[in-house]
Design a protein around this ligand. Structure first.
Ligand code: AR6
Length: 209
């Protein structure tokens, strides 16, 4: 059963669709949350870092995660031989309160390659959730991948993130994704522009019941 769209509201278009309006679902809505703050403080099963292809640390959230985890994180990252854009790799979390860190490599946004950027950003979210589920994680907190120095527009990035997560959670329920059921996905924002983007977009992908 589909709900009627308010006049004039078009759903944000992503490569995943949606061509139809999402069906409101309390059980699905209970599995997502928005939080503004420092992702390094969260005692979830896995946090998702916005890394680069070298996995050698960096600025932004990557720098904050490496500082809080301690030098053992970099030591493990060095053994991973980097990571492709649009994918992710998992490590232990060392001094962080979470159990695992998933290092996702988002695209450097370019308008000319809008479709490719979107495909790669989707890949970050889907691969991260697959890694989390395979490692027995029930709760995952995502940083807002690519919306910092990589320049991905916040609203577009929020639509991609919400769309990818919705699709994955539904696929798990349909038995099309393996691993532990992800019970909670937290979208962590830091700057106001990303807070606004998620606040404005979440109800389009997870409509209130
Ligand atoms: N907790 C949560 N979010 C944060 C934190 C924090 N402690 N600090 C920043 N953010 P960015 P990118 C937000 O630039 O655009 C690094 O140097 C920030 O407001 O960290 O994917 C890597 O090594 C933004 O919304 O990542 C790469 O070279 C989001 O985190 C490159 O930056 C991501 O911003 C990756 O660029």
């Amino acid at each position: 059963k589909l709900t009627a769209a308010a006049p004039g509201t078009a759903l944000p278009k992503t490569l995943l669709g949606p061509l139809e309006l999402p069906t409101p679902s309390k059980s699905l809505n209970d599995r997502v949350a928005l939080l503004r703050g420092d992702i390094t403080t969260l005692a979830v099963d896995a946090i998702v870092n916005a890394a680069n292809r070298y996995l050698m640390g960096g600025g932004g959230v990557d720098g904050a995660i490496h500082r809080a985890a301690g030098p053992a994180l970099l030591k493990e990252c060095k053994k991973l031989d980097g990571c492709e854009t649009g994918s992710a790799k998992m490590t232990d979390a060392y001094e962080l309160p979470c159990r695992k860190v998933i290092h996702a490599v988002g695209p450097v946004y370019s308008l000319s390659g809008d479709n490719q950027s979107e495909r790669q950003l989707l890949g970050c979210y889907t691969t991260s959730l697959q890694l989390a589920a395979a490692a027995g994680c029930r709760s995952v907190a995502f940083s807002s991948i690519s919306t910092g120095v990589y320049g991905y527009p916040s609203r577009k990035a929020a639509s991609v993130a919400l769309s990818a997560v919705r699709k994955f959670l539904l696929a798990q329920d349909a038995g099309k994704e393996q691993g532990t059921r992800i019970e909670k996905v937290v979208f962590v924002t830091f700057e106001k522009k990303d807070v606004n983007a998620y606040n404005d977009s979440i109800s389009k992908f997870f409509p209130p019941v």
